[in-house]
Each structure stands twice: as C-alpha cells, then as structure tokens.
Design a protein around this ligand. Structure first.
Ligand code: FES
Length: 77
C-alpha cells in the first residue's frame, strides 16, 4: 500500500466572478442562496462583488437569474 502522506495537494482553482474585489463563484452563490439575494445591489452589499469597475454586473445578473430559476417554489412542494 502506498502512503500518500506529504504528497502535494493541488489547490482547487476557484473561479472569480468579480476580479476587482476577488469574489469567487463559490462565495457569490453561497451568499445568494443563504441570504436570498435578488439584485446586483444586494450582492454588492453582502459580498462586495460589483463594487468596483462594474464590469461583472452582467455576470452577477446571470448568476442571479440562474439561481432564481433553480430555487424551489411553492409549486415544487
Ligand atoms: S470586476 Fe467586479 S467590480 Fe470590477
């Protein structure tokens, strides 16, 4: 049996949504889900994403749309 102790672990690459404020996709999605954020302003308030050059605002809107389409609604119960 091979021992893997001390074997270098490659860090998971994290996708940045907002390069100015270094907000990752993981952090953004978690905040949107947990805090039920609905607008870019909400996202900026809680994560700071979008608080710089604003180039990421269209991408943040895409995440908001994607996550709102996937959130359970009353009809899903
Ligand atoms: S990339 Fe998000 S504010 Fe600039």
């Amino acid at each position: 049996m091979k021992c893997s102790f001390n074997k270098p672990v490659s860090p998971r690459k994290k996708k940045l949504v907002c390069e100015c404020l270094h907000v990752t996709e993981e952090d953004l999605m978690e905040s949107v889900r947990d805090r039920k954020l609905r607008t870019v302003d909400d996202v900026t308030r809680y994560t700071e994403a979008g608080g710089g050059c604003t180039a990421c605002h269209p991408l943040i809107r895409q995440y908001l749309t994607y996550l709102s389409d996937r959130s359970p609604s009353c009809s899903d119960r």
